[in-house]
Design a protein around this ligand. Structure first.
Ligand code: MEV
Length: 492
C-alpha cells in the first residue's frame, strides 16, 4: 500500500534535505505489518523517462508492443548500473546475418538477444551395428566428454541395442457431468463416430501418412473428483511430436461433444456436460523406447578393478537408486544430462520430455531409477526404458539452422530412430556417471573438465593456462588448488 502523507513528507524532506535539494530523492510511505514506514529512493533518469514514477513501483505498460530497441532500452535502464555495458553485452550475441537474427527474434515474444549454449558432438556411438555421432547442446562441462567415453567403452563391447516399444501419444478433454453415468456412456457411444467425423479436416494429412486418432475412450474419474469425466484419446503422430495436431483434435472433440450434448434427447433437465479444458498429456507411458548394453563380466575388467567387482558395484549402485528416492533423483538427473542435451540439439521440447520421464520414474508410487542393471550367467547388462515423445518434422526442426544441422549429423532420422538415439544418450550418460561413482569418484573427471572454466574465471593468460594444465595433468583439481597455483605462477 502506498500512501503520501503530506505532513510527514514535509518533515522527511527537511531531514533528507541534502538529497532533496539535489532533486534526487523520492519519498514514499508503505504499510508494513500495520505500521507506516517510509522509503527513500534515488530518483533516477528512468523515473523521469517513464512517467515520472519510481521505476520499480510501476508495471511497464504495453511492453510487447515496443520495438526491440525500446525493450532493450527499458531493460538496461531499469535494471543496470551501467546500461551502456549491458546493451553491449546483448549486442555481442546478435547475429550479423539479419535474416537469421530475425528468425530467432520471432521464435518468442520480447526477444532481446540470443542465449548461447555450446553445441558439442559425441562420436563413436555404435547403435544396432551402425556408427553415429550424437549432437548435444549443454552447458555442463563433463557431459559430452562422459558420453564420448561411454561410447568408446561400448564400441568394443557390442555397442548399444535399441528398440521402440510403442509410439502412442495421449490427449484428454476434461469435463464435468452431473447426471447418470449410464446415460453418459450411451451418449458417448452415439457421439464417438461424430467426434471422429468432425476432426477429419484436421486428421486428413496425418491419416494419409498412416497416423491419426487411434481411439477415444470415455473415462469415469468420479472416484477421484465428483462429476469428473474425460475423453481420453490416443494418437499416432508419426514423425511429428504432434502437440498442435493433438490439441487441435481435442478442441474439435470438445466443441462437437458439447454441441451434440445440447440436442441429445437422452439427457433431461439438469443433466449437463461442461467441458473444462482440452489438452495433450506429456505423460506418455506408451510412447516407449528401450536401449541396452551388455557384455561378458570379464570384459569389464579395467586397470585397478576386476570385472566382477565393477559389475557387482554397478548393479548395487542401480539397486540403491531404485530403493532410495534421494539417490534416484540424482541418478536420473545424470540420465537427463544426455537426454536433454540431445532433445535440445534436435529442437524438441525438453520440458515435456522431463515432465513425462519423471512421472514415469514414479509410475508405481515411488520415484525410482530409470535404468536397470543385472549380472546373469556371467553377462553384465544395463538398460533403460523411457517414454520419449519426439519429433523430427514440424516445430523448430525445419526452422532452426542448428537443429537442421543436428538432424543431418544424425542421418536425418525419423521420430522412432531419434527416440532410440536419445535413449542411448541417456543410458550412456548413466553408465559413465555410475562407472565413475563406483570407481574413481565423480570429481576427478568432472573437475578436470571444469578446469578450463576456473581458468576463464581467473582470466588466466595462454601461458598461465598451459602451466596450470601441465601441473594438474596427474593431480586432483579443486577450485582452491587451481587458484593457489595461478597465484603462485603470477607471483613468481
Ligand atoms: C551430474 O550432473 C550427474 C551425476 O550426479 C549423476 C549421478 O550421480 O549418477 C554425476
Amino acid at each position: 500500500m502506498l500512501i503520501n502523507l503530506s505532513f510527514f513528507y514535509k518533515l522527511l524532506k527537511k531531514k533528507h534535505k541534502n538529497l532533496v535539494n539535489r532533486g534526487k530523492i523520492l519519498i514514499s510511505f508503505h504499510l508494513f505489518n500495520g505500521k507506516y514506514k517510509y522509503l527513500l529512493c534515488v530518483y533516477c533518469y528512468l523515473c523521469a523517462l517513464y512517467d515520472n514514477r519510481h521505476c520499480m513501483d510501476k508495471p511497464v505498460q504495453g511492453f510487447s508492443k515496443l520495438s526491440k530497441d525500446e525493450k532493450i532500452d527499458w531493460i538496461v535502464k531499469t535494471y543496470f548500473e551501467n546500461p551502456q555495458e549491458a546493451r553491449q553485452t546483448l549486442a555481442k550475441y546478435w547475429n550479423n546475418d539479419s535474416a537469421l537474427q530475425k528468425l530467432h527474434d520471432e521464435f518468442i515474444e520480447n526477444t532481446i538477444t540470443n542465449y548461447y549454449l555450446p553445441l558439442g558432438v559425441a562420436p563413436n556411438f555404435l547403435i544396432n551395428g551402425k556408427l553415429h555421432t550424437l549432437p548435444m547442446a549443454i552447458e555442463e562441462s563433463s557431459v559430452v566428454a562422459a558420453a564420448s567415453k561411454a561410447a568408446k567403452f561400448w564400441l568394443t563391447r557390442g555397442g548399444f541395442r535399441t528398440s521402440v516399444i510403442d509410439t502412442q501419444k495421449i490427449g484428454q478433454v476434461h469435463f464435468m457431468f452431473n447426471g447418470s453415468p449410464e446415460k453418459l456412456h450411451s451418449f458417448f457411444e452415439h457421439v464417438k463416430p461424430i467426434l471422429i467425423r468432425d476432426t477429419e479436416h484436421i486428421t486428413k494429412n496425418m491419416r494419409k501418412r498412416g497416423g491419426g486418432i487411434l481411439d477415444i475412450e470415455l473415462r469415469d474419474k468420479t472416484m477421484k473428483m465428483s462429476d469428473y469425466f474425460q475423453l481420453h484419446a490416443t494418437f499416432d503422430t508419426l514423425d511429428a511430436m504432434g502437440a498442435n495436431f493433438i490439441n487441435s483434435c481435442l478442441e474439435q472433440f470438445a466443441k462437437t461433444f458439447e454441441n451434440e450434448a445440447e440436442s441429445y434427447s437422452g439427457f433431461i433437465g439438469e443433466e449437463k456436460i461442461q467441458v473444462v479444458m482440452s489438452i495433450l498429456s506429456n505423460y506418455v507411458p506408451d510412447c516407449l523406447v528401450r536401449a541396452e548394453v551388455h557384455c561378458a563380466v570379464r570384459d569389464l575388467t579395467e586397470e585397478g578393478i576386476s570385472g566382477e567387482v565393477f559389475a557387482q558395484k554397478f548393479v548395487t549402485a542401480i539397486q540403491i537408486a531404485d530403493a532410495e528416492p534421494h539417490r534416484a533423483v540424482t541418478h536420473n538427473k545424470g540420465i537427463m544430462n544426455g537426454i536433454d542435451a540431445m532433445v535440445l540439439a534436435t529442437g524438441n521440447d525438453f520440458r515435456a520430455v522431463e515432465a513425462g520421464v519423471h512421472a514415469y520414474a514414479c509410475r508405481d508410487g515411488t520415484y525410482k531409477s530409470l535404468t536397470k542393471a543385472e549380472v546373469k550367467d556371467g553377462i553384465f547388462r544395463s538398460w533403460i526404458e523411457i517414454p520419449l515423445a519426439l519429433g523430427t518434422v514440424g516445430g523448430l526442426t525445419s526452422l532452426h539452422p542448428l537443429v537442421k544441422f543436428a538432424l543431418e549429423v544424425l542421418g536425418k532420422p525419423n521420430a522412432m530412430e531419434l527416440m532410440q538415439m536419445v535413449a542411448v544418450a541417456g543410458l550412456a550418460q548413466n553408465f559413465a556417471a555410475v562407472r565413475s561413482l563406483v570407481t574413481t569418484g565423480i570429481q576427478k573427471g568432472h573437475m578436470k573438465m571444469h578446469l578450463k572454466n576456473i581458468l576463464n574465471q581467473l582470466q588466466a593468460t595462454e601461458a598461465e593456462r598451459k602451466q596450470v594444465l601441465d601441473h594438474f595433468g596427474d593431480k586432483t583439481v579443486t577450485h582452491n588448488a587451481v587458484m593457489a597455483h595461478v597465484e603462485k605462477i603470477r607471483s613468481s
